[in-house]
Structure formats: structure tokens, C-alpha cells
Design a binder for this molecule. Structure first.
Ligand SMILES: [Zn+2]
Length: 298
């Protein structure tokens, strides 16, 4: 299979937030009262060259050329091995750090080189930093992280090395937050669910258009396999409305995958247009603004 034809992941946003930038700063979001979007060139440091390992820089470059008022790119702190081991098996963390054993170091599908360690520590650090910023400022925050939700405790999968969604959810839990993970990538977030399913106060809402990495969640977590694009937004609306009846969440972590777009050659579903994706994001943001208290993300 050609490299460019492999399964591609299009995760972009980790904690709910708008994407844009004015400048790359070092933890200055409070000073400037801007929405921080975490990003570092380290995100794309790996030698293996395909869209999952490169697109964060493409998005950052796009935002640099067309800034949006009120939003800034912010460099995150990289996670340490000890922080990664709060969610992942130490032997797996060691394999990604050293490249040995190679089969474990490359279990994500990304060809290993020493800069993979640099890349995933930074990219997953951005996911955690976005959550911490959202909790601290009670505003939206985001990260241009990619390759997160298929990773499980002891291995990678589907170009996901470490699970930044689980790492971010843990950061929220550790600070007393009830956490809702909304995963709207084309593919399932089975890696995330395998980690968070036993964590009280963490719920995952998952809509997929592909069977890859699907799973059987326990209530109140849900997974819906959408085969007709006309069902996508109504099912999302229904799932969000169902959550209204339960306890409030303090934090929403949104994995805003766009690989279900009809023009995507892997994962795309006919009828999922840019307009559908825009409406999807609007629904999620509006729901979060209305329902996440007391740390309302808006
Ligand atoms: Zn995907």
C-alpha cells in the first residue's frame, strides 16, 4: 500500500476551541487574554513523512498567513516519560523513547527514528496543556495534535503513538473535573475508551463512519456507526440532548476529526460536506457553552 494511501487521521482540536493565531508564545495566554492553540514545530519532527506527521505544521502555516483575532499559537511543555507512564505501560514508553524493541516502538505504524520521541512528547503535551489552560482560564483552548485516539495503554495503532485524549482527561480528572470526550473522527476511539472506561466521571461520545477501532461502550458512553450522511447531525443532536439529563460536565475534550469529509479517500462518507462539518462543530461548541458548568468553555 502506498504511503499516501494509508489510513490517515485528521484529529486537530483536543480541547474545545477555535483555531487561529497571532504569534507563537510561551505560556502567555493569560497575559494576552487570547484563546491558546498549542503547537510546536516539534509536533512534526518525526522523519516519517506523511499527513499525520506533517499536518499540524500545515495548519499552523495557514493560520500564520491568515491570522484570526483573539487566538494565539502557544508552545506547549513536552510531557516527560513519568507523565506518559500515568496512562501508558512503562515498557511501551521506553520502547518509543529508545526504538527497542522495534516492533513495539513502531506499533503505531509510524517508522521509528529518535525524533518520534520528541514529536509525541510535544504533541501530547499540547493536548494536556490545552486542558489545563481551559480549566485555568475557563475559556476555550485547543491543540493541533494528531495521532491520539487509537493508542492503548501498551501499544500504538493507526498512527497514534500515545493517547493524548486520555492523558488530557486524566489531567482534568486529577483537578476534580467531570470530563466528556466527544470523538467525531471518522474512526472509532477504541484506544481511548480502553483506557478511560474504568475512570469514574469520564464519558465518551463517539460517532464513526468506519468500523476501524470501534467498541461496545457502557452507558452513559455511546458509539454510533453512521452509514448515511443524512443521519449524522440528527444523531449527534440526539446524543447531546440525551446527555442533558445526566450530571453536568466540567470539561469537554473534543477530537474534531475531519477525515469523514466526503473528499477524503480514506474514511470519507458521501454527503459529509464542509457545511456538514461546520454545522457539527457549531453544535458541539454551542452545546458545550450551554452545558459545561461551572467551568464553562466558551
Ligand atoms: Zn480517523
Amino acid at each position: 500500500m502506498r504511503r499516501g494511501r494509508k489510513h490517515r487521521l485528521h484529529q486537530g482540536l483536543v480541547a474545545i476551541g477555535a483555531c487561529a493565531l497571532l504569534r507563537i508564545t510561551e505560556h502567555q495566554e493569560d497575559t494576552y487574554s487570547l484563546i491558546p492553540i498549542y503547537y510546536s514545530p516539534d509536533y512534526t519532527a518525526a522523519d516519517d513523512d506523511f499527513d499525520t506527521t506533517r499536518k499540524a505544521t500545515w495548519v499552523a502555516a495557514s493560520l500564520l498567513s491568515a491570522p484570526i483575532d483573539g487566538v494565539a499559537l502557544v508552545g506547549p511543555a513536552s510531557l516527560t516519560a513519568a507523565q506518559l507512564e500515568q496512562v501508558h505501560d512503562p515498557a511501551y514508553v521506553q520502547a518509543v523513547r529508545t526504538g527497542k524493541p522495534r516492533h513495539l516502538a513502531e506499533s503505531s505504524g509510524i517508522r521509528w527514528d529518535p525524533k518520534v520521541w520528541q514529536a509525541v512528547r510535544s504533541s501530547n503535551g499540547g493536548a494536556v496543556a490545552a486542558v489545563l489552560a481551559a480549566l485555568r482560564t475557563r475559556r476555550n483552548a485547543g491543540s493541533l495534535s494528531s495521532g491520539l485516539h487509537h493508542a492503548s495503554r501498551a501499544s500504538g495503532m493507526g498512527f497514534c503513538t500515545f493517547n493524548g485524549l486520555a492523558l488530557a482527561a486524566k489531567a482534568g480528572r486529577d483537578r476534580g473535573a467531570r470530563v466528556l470526550i466527544i470523538d467525531l473522527d471518522a474512526h472509532g476511539g477504541g484506544g481511548t475508551y480502553s483506557i478511560v472506561k474504568r475512570w469514574p466521571g469520564v464519558v465518551q461520545l463517539d460517532l464513526v463512519v468506519s468500523s476501524l477501532d470501534t467498541y461496545r461502550p457502557q452507558t452513559p458512553s455511546t458509539l454510533d456507526y453512521i452509514r448515511d450522511a443524512a443521519d449524522y447531525l440528527p444523531v449527534l443532536r440526539e446524543r447531546l440532548a440525551t446527555l442533558d439529563a445526566g450530571p453536568a460536565f466540567d470539561l469537554v475534550i473534543y477530537n474534531a476529526g475531519v477525515d469523514l469529509y466526503e473528499g477524503c479517500d480514506i474514511g470519507g462518507l458521501r454527503g459529509i460536506t464542509a457545511a456538514v462539518l461546520a454545522e457539527r462543530d457549531r453544535m458541539v461548541f454551542e452545546w458545550a457553552a450551554q452545558h459545561t458548568c461551572p467551568w464553562r468553555l466558551c
